[in-house]
Design a protein around this ligand. Structure first.
Ligand code: HEC
Ligand code: HEC
Ligand code: HEC
Ligand code: HEC
Ligand code: HEC
Ligand code: HEC
Ligand code: HEC
Ligand code: HEC
Ligand code: HEC
Length: 435
């Protein structure tokens, strides 16, 4: 089945290039004929492309004119400019687009003159996608074509923030169809992807934190091969970025069990479009956990879940305790910055332990937790010592204060005594003088 489909697709792509379509010509001097006349037609449908193209489109910026896609004679001023004998094709049919665009974009040698790093697999990928297959096999007028995602006269590179395929705008571009229940009605597939995706940690990472390394639709589905990630390779999709989780998961008891059950890997516990921030509360056998969906508290998996949660809670508790005592010492003016720095190791261990949950073995989690516990214990002990030291210093200070106060008191007393004694000799001196 797969092979036959692949073969047909290959034939199809091959056909593109033996067809009578002319090979691309490098940017020719842009004739003003098409634009000038179109701007004068007074018909919005004919004027809009002429207005948009010049100021919005990368092809215009690279020196191409209307004829790059429509053919015709750019130098002619009259209606003969649109003479089919001069290659004019009119408004391209949907099924024609792979040829119109692919004429250049599938031609590696031609594209290299402009941008050597640009991929040239868009058509090849597209024709194997659900979109491309339905268009070819069923002439489905609703699926996405090149110009559904790249507006025909305002095409911009993905790096341009105004582009329909800029990472921050892809979701809306796909969602225009996939989020429209009425439009998608004939297909009986969910239409909640956009709405759910916009609740996800991935969208928040991208839109709020401005971190464009988080995925949008095409990172999981492919730019041009928009096929739904099959159950067996959901992990690979996520694993492009979450390598550690993926490696653990792939070796775990679940990887095989889930494939047999037809459960979609990572998405079974994290969802696919509405992936949320994780927390320790997901782990264990309580109601809010993801394990409870399949494991009873008493079965092997359930028991392991409880133990793993216990280990992680334990480490979190110990490292919090250590952090608190060091903070107390720091606020009291003790020097504990080294210990505070060392305690970051416990935080790292906690991160690793949470990833090691994906081994789905108690041992895997324990290994990381133990590292963290050792660090926490050392840090806590340092905190205790710092506070002891503080206590000692305070006692010392108190004693010295007492001594100083006693000395002052003694001094005051002595002065007073001296004063009192000093009063009599003064009288005597007077007496002596008089006498
Ligand atoms: C003298 C005026 C004039 C010139 C020059 C001209 N056009 Fe047109 N064009 C029109 C008019 C009027 C129509 C609408 C009538 C029609 O479809 O034939 C039209 C229609 C079109 C359409 C839409 C066809 C459809 O099926 O909806 C395309 C595409 C087009 N022109 C492209 C071009 C290109 C490319 C050039 C330059 C090579 C060009 N035009 C030159 C006047 C002109
Ligand atoms: C990169 C390829 C490309 C270039 C360059 C291009 N067009 Fe088009 N044009 C298309 C495609 C594709 C369509 C069909 C869009 C659709 O089906 O929605 C189209 C449609 C049109 C239409 C019909 C619009 C309608 O709504 O029916 C006109 C008119 C037109 N183009 C004129 C022009 C003119 C004038 C220029 C030059 C200023 C130009 N095009 C440059 C690809 C191109
Ligand atoms: C005459 C050749 C030609 C045709 C026809 C053509 N393109 Fe292009 N396209 C180019 C060239 C050259 C570039 C500039 C590449 C660069 O410098 O990055 C480009 C750039 C692009 C880009 C931006 C890529 C990037 O990252 O720079 C997109 C998207 C694109 N074209 C889509 C289309 C679509 C969709 C069609 C059909 C409607 C089409 N092109 C038709 C030659 C063509
Ligand atoms: C379902 C939407 C969709 C369709 C259909 C589509 N594209 Fe794209 N295209 C994208 C997205 C999304 C990107 C951005 C990829 C990225 O971020 O690098 C893109 C990027 C491109 C680029 C830039 C280079 C690259 O591959 O990243 C070119 C060129 C391009 N598309 C051409 C085409 C052509 C030609 C067709 C028709 C055969 C087509 N696209 C159909 C969504 C689509
Ligand atoms: C012009 C409307 C339109 C746009 C834009 C569009 N799609 Fe589609 N898509 C469809 C239609 C219609 C189908 C066919 C539904 C089916 O066969 O179940 C489809 C099918 C799919 C499927 C297969 C669903 C399944 O399980 O059958 C995926 C995945 C998909 N699209 C992803 C995307 C992505 C990702 C984007 C954006 C990069 C996108 N689409 C843009 C209309 C669109
Ligand atoms: C983090 C990865 C990821 C992102 C981002 C993503 N998807 Fe999906 N998508 C999946 C997975 C996984 C499936 C389910 C595959 C399965 O169950 O076999 C899926 C399924 C689908 C389907 C099939 C119908 C369904 O809902 O099960 C469509 C259509 C679809 N996605 C469109 C989109 C669109 C549109 C976007 C952007 C708004 C998007 N996806 C973003 C991973 C992703
Ligand atoms: C293109 C890269 C990429 C892909 C593909 C991807 N992610 Fe992410 N993911 C990220 C980034 C970036 C973040 C946010 C930064 C972070 O917290 O790690 C994130 C965050 C997450 C989080 C939240 C982590 C936390 O600390 O709470 C989960 C869970 C997650 N992704 C699961 C998945 C799943 C499941 C898939 C596949 C269906 C997937 N991701 C696909 C990049 C990706
Ligand atoms: C989609 C259902 C499903 C979910 C959700 C799930 N498991 Fe499992 N788990 C299984 C299946 C199926 C097996 C293998 C069959 C068995 O129990 O022997 C398994 C086996 C295990 C095992 C090995 C038990 C043994 O026999 O040694 C552990 C440990 C485990 N799971 C832990 C977890 C943890 C922890 C969670 C939550 C984070 C979880 N599981 C969530 C279905 C699930
Ligand atoms: C059986 C359920 C289950 C499966 C399957 C699963 N996870 Fe998780 N995942 C969890 C649980 C539970 C947590 C929370 C652990 C914690 O915080 O204590 C988590 C946490 C995460 C985190 C945040 C912690 C970290 O390591 O950064 C990411 C990212 C993540 N998972 C990605 C994935 C990916 C990618 C896959 C597939 C390769 C996957 N998960 C498969 C249950 C699962």
């Amino acid at each position: 089945m797969m092979r036959a489909a692949g073969f047909v697709a290959a034939m199809w792509v091959a056909l593109l290039f033996v067809s009578a379509w002319p090979s691309p010509a490098a940017a020719e001097p842009r004739g003003e004929g098409c634009v000038t006349c179109h701007l004068e037609t007074g018909d919005d449908r004919l004027e809009k492309p002429a207005k948009e193209f010049g100021k919005e489109d990368i092809h215009a910026a690279k020196g191409f004119g209307c004829t790059a896609c429509h053919g015709g004679d750019a130098r002619a001023a009259g209606m003969e400019a649109m003479d089919p004998a001069k290659g004019y094709i009119g408004k391209p049919e949907r099924a024609q687009l792979t040829q119109v665009c692919g004429r250049c974009h599938s031609d590696a040698r031609f594209m290299k003159q402009y941008n050597p790093s640009l991929r040239v697999d868009q058509v090849a990928e597209y024709v194997t996608s659900v979109h491309g297959r339905r268009l070819r096999e069923q002439a489905d007028p609703k699926v996405a074509t090149c110009v559904s995602c790249h507006p025909a006269h305002a095409i911009k590179p993905p790096s341009d923030p105004r582009s329909s395929v800029h990472p921050l705008r892809v979701a809306d571009t796909c969602g225009r169809c996939h989020g429209d229940a009425k439009y998608m009605e004939p297909y009986k597939i969910p239409t909640d992807q956009l709405q759910k995706y916009k609740q996800s940690v991935h969208w928040k990472t991208m839109s709020v934190k401005g971190d464009l390394s988080a995925p949008t639709c095409n990172d999981c589905h492919g730019n041009h091969g928009a096929a739904p990630p099959g159950v067996s390779w959901v992990g690979n999709v996520c694993g492009q970025c979450h390598t550690v989780n993926q490696e653990f998961f792939a070796k775990s008891v679940h990887a095989k069990a889930f494939t047999q059950m037809g459960v979609p890997g990572c998405a079974a516990c994290h969802n696919n479009h509405e992936i949320r921030e994780t927390s320790d509360a997901m782990l264990g056998t309580g109601q809010a956990t993801v394990c409870a969906g399949c494991h009873a508290a008493s079965d092997k998996g359930g028991k392991a879940a409880t133990d793993m949660r216990g280990l992680i809670d334990g480490l979190r508790g110990e490292s919090d305790k250590a952090r608190a005592i060091l903070l107390q010492a720091e606020r009291a003016g003790m020097e504990v910055s080294q210990a505070q720095f060392d305690l970051n190791g416990a935080k790292d261990a906690l991160v690793k332990a949470r990833a090691a949950v994906h081994t789905f073995t108690v041992q895997g989690v324990k290994k990381e937790v133990e590292v963290g516990l050792t660090i926490s214990e050392k840090a806590y002990a340092r905190g205790v010592r710092a506070l002891d030291e503080l206590q000692f210093r305070r006692k010392g200070l108190a004693i010295s204060l007492v001594i100083i106060l006693a000395l002052i008191a003694a001094l005051v007393l002595t002065i007073r005594q001296l004063d009192r004694r000093g009063g009599a000799p003064q009288g005597k001196t007077q007496e002596t003088r008089h006498g």
